[in-house]
Design a protein around this ligand. Structure first.
Ligand SMILES: Cc1ncc(COP(=O)(O)O)c(C=O)c1O
Length: 388
C-alpha cells in the first residue's frame, strides 16, 4: 500500500507498541551500542550501515527520520547529516574524483558554489549554466560527472524542467542531484521525475521551527551506500538524535504548515502586485505561459519564500524599507514559522551583484505563519513609510 504524505509525516512508526504506548519516539541519546557477545559485535561491525554500533553510523532516532524522508521523496534510501551543507558536501566528496567536472544549473546557493571553488584545488572543475536545456546540453563535457540543480533557486526563484534535465543526463550517463529545499518533499518529488539524488536543508521547512540545523540526501541504495561510506562516515557531519527528534516533530505538522505558507504567500503576492514601488516579483505563483506549464507539471504546491524588486534599487532604499518592517524580522535562513526579511545588497557589493545578474533592489521574504492579514499590514505600513 502506498502511504499518503500526511500518513508518513504523522505515522508513529517506532513508538506505540514497543515503548509503553508512547506516541512520541524515544530519543536514543547514545553514542554507542553494546553487545551480548564479541561475535555479535564483530558481525554488526561488518554491517555498520544497518546495525546500531556507533551513532556516527546509524542511530535509531535518526534512522526513523531517514525512513520517513525516503518515503516522502519516493526514494529507496536516505542519509541524514548535521546540516544541509553537510549533506551537499557529502554528495560531492563521495561521488567525485580528480579530473571530474560538475555542471551547476540555475542559481545555486552561495556556499555550495564556494565548495566547488574549493574543490578546484583537487582538480575538480565546474561551470554554471541557466535553465535553458540547449545551454545545458552544450555545457556538458566528456568528464561531467554530476549535474547539480536548484529548482526553484532561492534568490530569483527560477526553475528548471526537471524531467527534461534528467532525461538528458541519463542519456549521457551523468548523475543528477537537486537541492529540493524550497519545495519540500511534499510539493516536488524529483526522484519520480528521474533525478538521482534529492537533497534537503532540514533546517528550513522540514524542521519548521527555526530551532535545529540538519540535512538529508535521498536516492538509490547504491548511491546512498557510497555517500554513507565516504561523505557520512569519514566526513562525520552527523545529525544528533535530539536534532532528529526535533525534525520528526516538525514533520508531523509539515502538511498543515505548508498549506498555510502557501495560502499566505499567494495573498501577500496579490498585495505586492498592486504596489507601485514593486517592479518585479519572483515566485512560481506569478509564472505564466510555457513556464507555468512546466511549474504545473512538476510542482504540487508552493512554499512561502519569495523575492521582489524594490523601485528604490540601492542600499539606502532597501535598508529604509527593511528597517521599517516590524513583524518581518531581519535574519538569515527561511522556512520557519516566523516571517523573515533579507536582501543580498550590502553597502559595498553593487558591482558584484550586477556581475551576478542579481537586481540591486532585491528583497527576499520568508512568509511565515502569522497570517496574511498581519503580514500585509506590516508590508503596507513599510511601503507608506518609505514614501513619507
Ligand atoms: C537552498 C539552500 N540549500 C542549502 C542550504 C544549507 O543548509 P544548512 O544551512 O542547513 O547547512 C541553505 C541554507 O540557507 C539553502 O538556502
Amino acid at each position: 500500500m502506498t502511504l499518503t504524505d500526511e500518513k508518513i509525516c504523522t505515522d508513529l512508526a517506532l513508538g506505540a507498541s514497543q515503548y509503553h504506548g508512547a506516541v512520541s519516539p524515544p530519543i536514543f541519546q547514545t553514542s554507542l551500542f553494546t553487545f551480548k557477545s564479541f561475535e555479535s559485535f564483530t558481525e554488526s561491525q561488518k554491517q555498520e550501515r544497518e546495525k546500531y554500533v556507533y551513532s556516527r553510523g546509524v542511530n535509531p532516532t535518526v534512522h526513523l527520520l531517514e525512513k520517513k524522508l525516503a518515503q516522502l521523496e519516493r526514494g529507496e534510501q536516505c542519509k541524514c547529516f548535521g546540516s544541509g551543507m553537510g549533506a551537499i558536501s557529502a554528495v560531492f566528496l563521495s561521488l567525485l574524483q580528480s579530473g571530474d567536472h560538475v555542471l551547476f544549473v540555475n542559481n545555486i546557493y552561495g556556499p555550495t558554489s564556494q565548495l566547488l571553488k574549493h574543490l578546484e584545488k583537487f582538480n575538480i572543475e565546474h561551470d554554471v549554466v541557466d535553465h535553458n536545456m540547449k545551454n545545458v546540453e552544450s555545457a556538458i563535457k566528456d568528464n561531467t560527472k554530476i549535474i547539480y540543480v536548484e529548482s526553484p533557486g532561492t534568490m530569483l526563484m527560477k526553475f528548471v524542467d526537471l524531467k527534461a534535465l534528467a532525461t538528458l543526463a541519463k542519456s549521457r550517463g551523468i548523475i543528477t542531484a537537486i537541492d529540493n529545499t524550497w519545495a519540500t518533499p511534499l510539493y516536488q518529488k524529483p526522484i519520480e521525475l528521474g533525478i538521482d539524488l534529492s537533497i534537503h536543508s532540514l533546517t528550513k521547512y522540514l524542521g519548521g521551527h527555526s530551532d535545529v540545523v540538519g540535512g538529508a540526501v535521498i536516492g538509490s541504495h547504491e548511491l546512498i551506500d557510497t555517500i554513507f561510506e565516504y561523505g557520512h562516515q569519514l566526513n562525520g557531519s552527523v545529525l544528533g538524535p535530539f536534532d532528529a527528534y526535533l525534525i520528526l516533530r516538525g514533520l508531523r505538522t509539515l502538511p498543515v504548515r505548508m498549506a498555510q505558507h502557501q495560502a499566505n504567500v499567494s495573498k501577500v503576492i496579490e498585495y505586492l502586485k498592486q504596489q507601485e514601488d514593486v517592479t518585479a516579483i519572483h515566485h512560481p505563483y506569478v509564472e505564466s505561459g510555457e513556464m507555468q506549464t512546466i511549474v504545473n507539471s512538476q510542482m504540487l504546491g508552493y512554499s512561502g519564500l519569495l523575492s521582489f524588486e524594490l523601485r528604490q534599487a540601492h542600499f539606502e532604499g532597501v535598508s529604509k524599507f527593511i528597517d521599517a518592517l516590524r513583524l518581518f524580522k531581519i535574519g538569515v535562513s527561511w522556512g520557519g514559522f516566523e516571517s523573515l526579511v533579507n536582501s543580498p545588497i550590502k553597502n559595498d557589493n553593487e558591482a558584484q551583484l550586477k556581475e551576478q545578474g542579481i537586481p540591486l533592489g532585491l528583497i527576499r521574504l520568508s512568509i511565515g505563519l502569522e497570517g496574511a492579514e498581519a503580514q500585509i499590514a506590516d508590508l503596507d505600513q513599510a511601503f507608506r513609510k518609505i514614501k513619507a
